[in-house]
Design a protein around this ligand. Structure first.
Ligand code: UDP
Length: 240
């Protein structure tokens, strides 16, 4: 498929049109950012690592029957994805307390959350992605009732699949954010799944192995992403 013009430049990824309107090319750059772009850096190898990481996870989710936009790896930092009409809502599931939940509700970090919570945020950088509820999404036309039901079901299904996957490799899936879009009338998981958009801790030591290493200046950011990937069985060496 031929790569055409750029459609969208996000904080860590770029989307390109192809000669087929049904598909786009998602490029993982080495850029990283936190705090609504308030803190940015370039991290060597990050694009390649997240591209491979995402492909591995999407493959597992597809195998579990969860529809995703992912089609195939194209190069070290590029993947082919289905074009989606994106729903501007972020879905977050939490198994352990961390991040904004602790700040917002005064919950101690690391406390187990049972049953896991499900939260919605409006995808809007200018407003700092405010938390919303289902009635906001319906009233303002961000998502339909059917789409909200489907997004919640799929987000919890992802939890079942990935919590077990990480647990088997000695890690805790603390929380994660998912975005969805629509293609052919179907709600499909869009965006990526990588340590940039979730929290992963070592099960024994509770060492943070995700983007909090960048947010909190803990160092070894990409090295930690690679440790997570290798524990899951991903080989990062066979791509340039
Ligand atoms: N997250 C994300 N993008 C966002 C907001 C959150 O990928 O714009 C992820 C984040 O990495 C974490 C989960 O969603 O895994 C929950 O984030 P939280 O609400 O705790 O916000 P944060 O502490 O990251 O501001």
């Amino acid at each position: 498929m031929e790569k055409r013009d750029i459609v969208n430049t996000g904080k860590a990824k770029s989307l390109y049109r192809t000669d087929n309107p049904d598909f786009m090319i998602m490029e993982f750059r080495n850029d990283t950012s936190a705090f609504d772009g308030g803190k940015v850096a370039q991290l060597d190898r990050k694009g390649m690592v997240n591209n491979r990481f995402n492909a591995f996870i999407m493959d597992r989710l597809e195998s579990a029957g969860i529809p995703t936009h992912f089609q195939q790896l194209l190069s070290a930092r590029e993947s082919l994805v289905k074009s989606l009409q994106m729903i501007p809502v972020e879905c977050v599931v939490r198994n352990l307390a961390a991040g904004s939940l602790c700040r917002r509700l005064g919950i101690e970090e690391g406390i187990e959350i049972e049953p896991p919570t499900f939260e919605l945020f409006l995808k809007n950088d200018a407003l700092h992605d405010p938390m919303i509820n289902e009635s906001h999404a319906l009233a303002f036309g961000w998502a339909s009732a059917d789409q909200l039901v489907r997004m919640k079901t799929l987000t919890y299904q992802v939890n079942d699949v990935l919590k077990a996957l990480f647990a088997d490799a000695g890690m805790l899936l603390v929380d994660y954010k998912l975005e969805f879009g629509v293609a052919g009338g179907e709600v499909v998981l869009g965006d990526e799944f990588s340590p940039d958009g979730c929290r992963i801790w070592d099960s024994e030591t509770r060492e943070k192995l995700d983007k909090d290493r960048f947010r909190q200046d803990l160092g070894n950011v990409v090295e930690s992403y690679e440790i997570v990937g290798r524990r899951l069985g991903i080989d990062f060496e066979d791509t340039d």
